[in-house]
Design a protein around this ligand. Structure first.
Ligand code: HEC
Length: 115
């Protein structure tokens, strides 16, 4: 390879590197996103059952508790399937042992199960 071919190749390489740097910079966010979500206004029905605390912690991570409040009266079995769906389908990180407690609470507070 003669000197001018080598110089040409180096120029091309430098240009490509420059382009890569420009693209990398363009892809990086200019500043952190600042998203303000509205305050949650609805609440879960009060209860002394352990599942109430648990539901208050786990069931507010992704959506409003209006999703729960707006369901028709349903027994614990329905809620168990619902909570399992949140875990298996939507990836809710709810510990296995909390599913029964939450379902019992929801069946009692939102269904006709004995309180
Ligand atoms: C990991 C996120 C996540 C968590 C945590 C979560 N949910 Fe959901 N939930 C969803 C998504 C996603 C939907 C579907 C939203 C849609 O269709 O608009 C949904 C929908 C619902 C619905 C509406 C009916 C349905 O099946 O689509 C109910 C009721 C519900 N969730 C109850 C709960 C309860 C009870 C808990 C706590 C045990 C919970 N969710 C926790 C993600 C979550």
């Amino acid at each position: 390879m003669n000197v001018s071919k080598f110089a040409n190749r180096m120029t091309r390489t430098a240009a490509l590197l420059g382009l890569a740097c420009t693209l990398a910079t363009a892809a990086a966010p200019a500043h952190a996103l600042d998203i303000k979500l509205p305050q949650e206004t609805s609440q879960l029905k009060a209860s002394t059952l352990a599942g109430h605390q648990s539901a208050s912690a786990w069931c507010v991570m992704c959506h409003s508790v209006d999703y729960i409040n707006s369901q028709p009266p349903m027994p614990a079995a329905f809620w168990s399937a619902e909570v399992t769906k949140m875990v298996k389908v939507y990836g809710a990180p709810i510990p296995e042992d909390q599913i029964r407690l939450i379902s019992e609470y929801l069946g009692a507070a939102y269904g006709n199960d004995p309180k």
